[in-house]
Design a protein around this ligand. Sequence first.
Ligand SMILES: [Zn+2]
Length: 484
Amino acid sequence: MNYEAVIALEVHVELATRSKIFCGCPTTFGAEPNTQVCPICLGHPGVLPVLNRRAVELAVRAALALNCEVHPESVFARKNYFYPDLPKGYQITQYDRPLATGGHLDLEVGGEVRRVRIRRVHLEEDTGKSFHGGDAHGSSPEHSLVDYNRAGVPLIEIVSEPDCRSPAEAGAYVEELRSVLEYAGVSDVRMEEGSLRCEPNVSLRPVGSERLGVPVELKNLNSIRAVERALVYEIERQSALLAAGGEVRRETRRWDEGSGTTRLMRVKETADDYRYFPEPDLLPLGLDAAWIESIRRSLPELRAARRERLVRDYGLPPYDAAVLTASRSLADYFEETVRLTGDPKTVSNWLMGDVMRLLNETGVGASVLRGRDSTFPPASLAELVALVQEGTISGKMAKEVLEEAFRTGRSPRDLVREKGLSQISDTAELEAVVDRVIEASPAAVDEFRAGKEKALGFLVGQVMKETEGKANPKLVNELLRKKL
Ligand SMILES: [Zn+2]
């Protein structure tokens, strides 16, 4: 029998607020364990939560960017369960009356546009983080440790409808979601730091059937690649199980990056009973329609619109526009540099080639290019483009200069001056070298005169070699043709 995969995704995203959702503790990532806590986020008896207005604003921005309807009234609920990373014994979340519902996200997969519907977006608080079996901070096989710095950090949970049909579609969904949230400025969306966490559930059903199979939930996915690999593995595991006459159980499985497999975490016999009830310490969340509208108006241009605009306004090929809009930082960098140089395609080529290679090699995101501490701000790339355009340096020299400017933060013009890199564009000086090369290469000269264009390339190469790459290649070409 042929099966098809049905995938839905739950994504948790930490909102980029400075303080937690119900108390004033800071949310900075990477602080010493248990240094960003207070009686409220530690769940001491008798404390009361106070909702962070900025968290609500960012959640509304996210919901609007995902084309959802934001409800004028939503309700916080207690989700009761016991786990050491949850000091109150319950999590404050939203249940039957979430912040927003009914959105969608359009993805491009294999040249086709697919729409994935979004069921809901709701606000909740994050839990603490447990360390088991010696994985960090001095935990050991006998002792688990808990860091409560993350307890109470504001989250949104984004739940999709089961609309993805392949691991590639699920990967494209997470990629697009990440981009939309980055553009909307609601989160720094770093999967490796856990500020975006993705839990897909996948089931199989016979092709043509409308019934959903038994879903298996996957956890511990720290990159988009891990999401896709884990789904590929899980679909194969379930297919083999069904083909052998077995049954898929409703369970949660943990992805293990090292072995490339999923392992059973827990079996669910029935849906968990969390005894949800309305949070008595918080009023229903009432949102003013005018406030929601003002947030909608403040939303920046998102990726798809920007991609179209880069093609329309700058005449970029669609491929370039797609690469440059992968992050808002990179697209902003492109536009700022073009404002300084007026040469979109050249700027695009540098960004897609050497600059992205250096970003990948140094493992930093495009966001560092535009900060106050940037070693290679738009002005530096603009300077480099100008140096090539005015003929001071060749394209090859420019690559070296770019690399050094990028790594040291120095200005390309200073580097060129200091290294004496400028190209030789002095006709008299080059003429002498050209004469020497013609005399030393009679065979190539004869071939060229016999009509072999290729031989000219050899002669240009010899001149470049003699001048250690400093000759202006255009001028060398002209001189050689004139003399031959
Ligand atoms: Zn606190």
